[in-house]
Design a binder for this molecule. Structure first.
Ligand SMILES: [Ca+2]
Length: 339
């Protein structure tokens, strides 16, 4: 099931190092935890107890700005992990500017965001991407900009496409989730799904994914204001859960609030186990300025629970708070996750 599932789930990672977008193709099934001895890092955890057969964490590397995207010469590289697992890596597009989310539709077309504000699609078999939109409201700054991207579970029928991004409101930086209907290769029927998510130059969360329950899950960061993660009056430092139109599901922990869990610092990875349906989340730990370095987390997410930030971090424990399922010091900077 392992990395083949990664291919099936269509959530792929961004290679920031040279502005390229690359896809790892499994050559052999990994057997145990390993590090890839390549310039990018994939940490694989397997043989975990009840649910975690394979969780892939994806590391943020340096970004680069380059000329317009074009397809590559299809150069392939094979990397070998310490346990002998081999990965074939094919460059699909290059000269992108901080590609952040990558999603395939059922037809095999590849939709992706670039953080400065572009939404593009690479049609299956096409040589170059097609620009769908450059979103004017996006305010790229620091870690913020156009980030999350999700297609409605019935995208092929209704054309709904969701994006999350950093903008500005009266008080300064903020984040929001907006839904569009894709008509041809243009966006129409703009609808704000959720607004007033705290924003900053750092810790903007913004991963958005539909769960197996058909609800939209949204990660939000603490926007460099760590106390808001414990404030149920703020949407920052949370995982949010809404219906596809932005309304609040009646079975949320508080049926009057989109807050699903709280006490998060800067979560940017969401992945449901394909068999059990258990939700895993990845989260960036303290960076030195707001706590000891490291402390990156993988959490098992259950509704209504408090995941601790900033009261506890790293492997600390406290009654009533959830400690991470996995913890990484030094940091691995988990940017996304998939099974
Ligand atoms: Ca935590």
């Amino acid at each position: 099931m392992f990395l083949e599932k990664c291919l099936e789930t269509f959530e792929w990672f961004r290679r920031f190092h040279s502005g390229n977008l690359v896809f790892p193709n499994p050559v052999e099934r990994p057997k145990k935890q390993n590090d890839i001895d390549a310039e990018w890092t994939v940490t694989v955890e397997s043989d975990m107890s009840f649910t975690l057969s394979a969780l892939v964490l994806l590391q943020v590397l340096a970004a680069a700005s380059n000329p317009p995207a074009r397809t590559s010469s299809n150069e392939e590289k094979v990397y070998t992990a310490r346990d002998g697992t081999r990965f074939k890596v094919e460059t699909v597009l290059e000269n992108l500017v901080i590609p952040w989310s990558v999603v395939f539709d059922d037809a095999g077309d590849l939709y992706f965001t670039e953080r400065p504000g572009r939404l593009q699609v690479l049609r299956k078999g096409a040589k170059a991407p097609l620009l769908i939109a450059a979103l004017d409201e996006v305010r790229p700054q620091g870690e913020g900009g156009l980030m999350g991207l999700a297609l409605h579970p019935e995208f092929e029928k209704n054309g709904y496409i969701y994006v999350s991004y950093t903008c500005r409101d009266r008080r300064g930086p903020a984040n929001k989730v907006v839904r569009y209907r894709l008509k041809g290769s243009a966006l129409a029927d703009r609808k704000e799904i959720i607004t007033n998510i705290p924003g900053s130059v750092v810790h903007n969360g913004c991963r958005i994914k539909f769960g197996p329950d058909g609800k939209l899950y949204i990660t939000t960061g603490d926007a460099a204001d760590r106390e808001i993660a414990q404030d149920l009056g703020s949407l920052g430092g949370k995982i949010l859960r809404v219906n596809d139109d932005g309304s609040i599901p009646s079975d949320n922990p508080d049926p009057s609030s989109p807050i699903y869990t709280f006490g998060m610092r800067n979560p940017q990875g969401l992945a449901w186990h394909p068999d059990s349906g258990v939700l895993f989340e990845t989260e960036h730990g303290p960076s030195g300025f707001d706590g000891p370095g490291g402390g990156d987390e993988v959490n098992i997410i259950e509704p209504g629970k408090n995941y601790g930030w900033p009261i506890i971090h790293h492997r600390e424990k406290k009654q009533g708070l959830e400690s991470p399922f996995l913890e990484y010091t030094p940091a691995v900077a988990p940017a996304s996750a998939c099974f």
